[in-house]
Design a protein. Structure first.
Length: 282
C-alpha cells in the first residue's frame, strides 16, 4: 500500500510535545496500533504520529478510507472537528482551530452564494478528482460560527478567551506564541504582551518567562486610569484614592500622565537594550 504524507496536512494541527510522542510510542509498542489510519485516496489524513512510529518499529497497522471528502477544505474541517473533541488539545489550540473553521465555512458560503459565471461550457458536468464539486451541498447543516459565542461553544471556551486568542493569533510574534504553547505564560499574559510592538515582544520572549510576565504586568499597569489625588490628600488614610468629579485636579492628571509616559519610555529603552545584548551574544 502506498501512503502519501502531505506535509501541509501534517503541519495543519500542532505537533505532539516530545513527552506526548514518547507516551504514544510506548503505548503502541505495548498494545499495537489500535486505531486505523484515515486516508483520502493515498493521502494520509489522520494518524501521522502513529504511522511514523509503526514505520520506525516495523509494526502493522490498519487503514480506512473516508469517501466523504470532496476537497482539501473538507479534509481541514474534518481534522478540526476531530481535534476539537480531544482532551489533549490546549485551550489556545482549540480556539485557533475554531477560528479556522469559521473562516473556512465563511469563505465557502461566500463562494457558494456568488452567482456562477456564464460560460459556453457551463453545462459540462465533468470535474477532476478531489475538486470543490459538491463541497457546498452540506452547508445548510454546518453552523456558520457567526459570533464569538458560537466560536466559544465550538471550542468549549468562554467568549473572553476567544477574544484573547484572536488577539494573540493576529498580533503576537512567533516567539510569544511559542512561549504560550510551552506553558511559560498564561493566555492573559500572552494577549497583553501581544499589544506591544513586535521588537519588544521578541525582546521579552528572549528574556524568558519572568521577563514576559513583567512585560505583561507593565502593559496592564499602563492601561489603568491614574488615581486622582486632591490637594488635601494628607487628610486621607495613606494609599486611599480620592474621588474627583470631571474637571477637578486637571493639572494633577496631566502631571501623572506625563510621569507614566516617562516611565514607559524608560521601560521601552530597557527592553531594546536587552534585545541588543541578546543579538550580540547570539
Amino acid at each position: 500500500m502506498n501512503i502519501i504524507v502531505n506535509e501541509e496536512l501534517k503541519a495543519y494541527i500542532d505537533p505532539l510535545t516530545p513527552e506526548e510522542y514518547s507516551s504514544l510510542e510506548r503505548s503502541i509498542l505495548a498494545e499495537g496500533c489500535r486505531d486505523a489510519l484515515v486516508l483520502w485516496g493515498e493521502v494520509l489524513v489522520d494518524g501521522h504520529n502513529r504511522y511514523a512510529i509503526c514505520q520506525a518499529h516495523g509494526l502493522p497497522f490498519q487503514t480506512i478510507q473516508n469517501t466523504l471528502f470532496k476537497s482539501m477544505e473538507d479534509v481541514h474541517l474534518w481534522m478540526i472537528d476531530q481535534h476539537l473533541g480531544r482532551r489533549s488539545v490546549s485551550d489556545f489550540q482549540r480556539g485557533v482551530l475554531a477560528l479556522r473553521k469559521r473562516e473556512i465555512i465563511a469563505e465557502r458560503r461566500a463562494r457558494t452564494q456568488a452567482p456562477a459565471p456564464a460560460t459556453a461550457d457551463s453545462e459540462d458536468t465533468s470535474s477532476p478528482p478531489w475538486d470543490d464539486a459538491g463541497s457546498g451541498q452540506e452547508l445548510a447543516t454546518v453552523p456558520p460560527l457567526a459570533s464569538r459565542d458560537d466560536i466559544a461553544k465550538a471550542a468549549r471556551l468562554s467568549s473572553n478567551q476567544v477574544v484573547l486568542i484572536e488577539k494573540i493569533r493576529n498580533q503576537a510574534t512567533p516567539e510569544v506564541v511559542a512561549a504560550l504553547k510551552s506553558g511559560a505564560i498564561s493566555l492573559n499574559a500572552a494577549a497583553a504582551v501581544a499589544s506591544l510592538p513586535a521588537q519588544e515582544q521578541v525582546a521579552a520572549a528572549v528574556g524568558g518567562a519572568d521577563e514576559l510576565k513583567q512585560a505583561a504586568k507593565r502593559v496592564r499597569e499602563a492601561k489603568r486610569p491614574p488615581r486622582v489625588v486632591s490637594a488635601d490628600a494628607g487628610d486621607q488614610p495613606e494609599g486611599a484614592a480620592i474621588d474627583a468629579s470631571p474637571g477637578d485636579d486637571v493639572p494633577a492628571l496631566k502631571k501623572r500622565i506625563a510621569q507614566l509616559e516617562k516611565e514607559n519610555d524608560a521601560l521601552r529603552k530597557q527592553v531594546l537594550n536587552l534585545l541588543e545584548k541578546s543579538s550580540r551574544s547570539a
